[in-house]
Design a protein around this ligand. Structure first.
Ligand SMILES: Nc1ncnc2c1ncn2[C@@H]1O[C@H](COP(=O)(O)OP(=O)(O)OP(=O)(O)O)[C@@H](O)[C@H]1O
Length: 297
């Protein structure tokens, strides 16, 4: 479906994408995560043929990205795609359908994107979240095999966001590949069946959300200590990666929870309400990217 082979792209001295090799398969819903500047937008630009790699190759559906787009096989929703100002939503959607080699009916596109009631509104009179829905409508104006979304739900309220993802899930169930970049890790956790973590233009992790959490390897331990805490002793616990003390409540992250808890009892302390839990995707993401930064410094 999509194949990146040793792709690099730099801007001056910045290596935005650094030797990226990646394959996406039909029907996958893939989240692209990474801190600011990790190279997510550049990766999507390369995939859409908006930029050319300095080295390596990008293939989409067996052709160049541009050929795939001209054939209408890729729908895209970019972060800040300008919308024509002086037209109505319906006119814009009709135009997108007219330009698509395999178009849907404009009325269906409007209703799928939940903007039928906005059809006669001028595009420059839309709120931020409504404009995002229009961008989504343009990305799904025809029958594409691959849908690429760069931070699609930015500016959407909770209800709009849920409706958006329900629609996206339908698209994936019909066999389309959906690739989206996001900063909302809970969305990646809930929606993606594959998560890619990009950092300084390289792939740090690639797997299901559960695999990424397991890769982070850390566990959260929390407990209450009656009668005050001895912070220096806690800080010296083995395998500790973070410590947070708030009143009687202690929250720890550990790379070996069993050993840390064992040592905790060894200190003669009596933790109450002890809980040991895995990391959420957000904490796993922070753990993985911070560990990489630490390796580099
Ligand atoms: N047109 C450009 N000219 C120069 N440098 C650029 C350009 N576009 C991106 N960069 C740099 O390339 C790196 C990757 O940027 P990119 O926008 O791909 O990251 P990102 O992961 O999408 O970031 P964000 O989460 O902040 O949107 C950054 O260091 C950025 O400053």
């Amino acid at each position: 479906m999509v194949a990146f082979d040793q792709v690099s792209k730099g801007y001056g001295s910045v290596r935005a994408v650094d030797g990226l090799t990646l394959a996406l398969h039909p029907g996958e819903t893939v989240a692209l995560l990474g801190p600011n500047g990790a190279g997510k937008s550049t990766t999507l630009d390369l995939l859409l043929g908006l930029r050319n790699p300095d080295s390596g190759s990008v293939r989409v559906l067996g052709t160049t990205p541009r050929e795939a787009i001209v054939a209408g096989r890729v729908g895209a929703m970019l972060q800040s795609g300008g919308l024509m100002d002086e037209v109505t939503v319906a006119e814009l959607v009709r135009l997108a359908c007219a330009l698509h080699p395999r178009p849907y009916r404009p009325s269906d596109v409007l209703s799928r994107a939940g903007i039928s009631q906005l059809a006669d509104r001028k595009v420059n009179k839309l709120s931020g979240g409504q404009a995002q829905r229009v961008r989504f409508a343009l990305a799904t104006a025809g029958d594409s095999d691959l849908i690429v979304l760069d931070e699609p739900t930015t500016g959407m309220d909770v209800t709009t966001r849920q409706a958006f993802w329900a629609t996206m899930r339908e698209q994936a169930e019909q066999g389309r590949t959906v690739l989206f970049a996001t900063h909302y890790l809970e969305e990646a956790d809930a929606i993606a069946d594959r998560v890619l973590v990009l950092h300084r233009g390289r792939l740090l992790a690639d797997g299901t959300a559960a695999e990424i959490k397991a890769k982070a390897g850390a566990r959260r331990i929390s407990f209450d200590l009656e009668g005050g805490t001895d912070e220096p002793s806690l800080r010296a616990l083995p395998f500790l990666t973070s410590l947070d003390v708030s009143g009687q409540t202690v929250r720890i992250q550990s790379s070996d929870a069993d050993a840390t808890v064992h040592a905790l009892y060894g200190l003669g302390l009596f933790p109450r309400n002890l809980e040991v839990a895995g990391l959420g995707l957000e904490q796993a993401f922070v753990a993985i990217t911070t560990a990489e930064e630490a390796k580099r410094s």
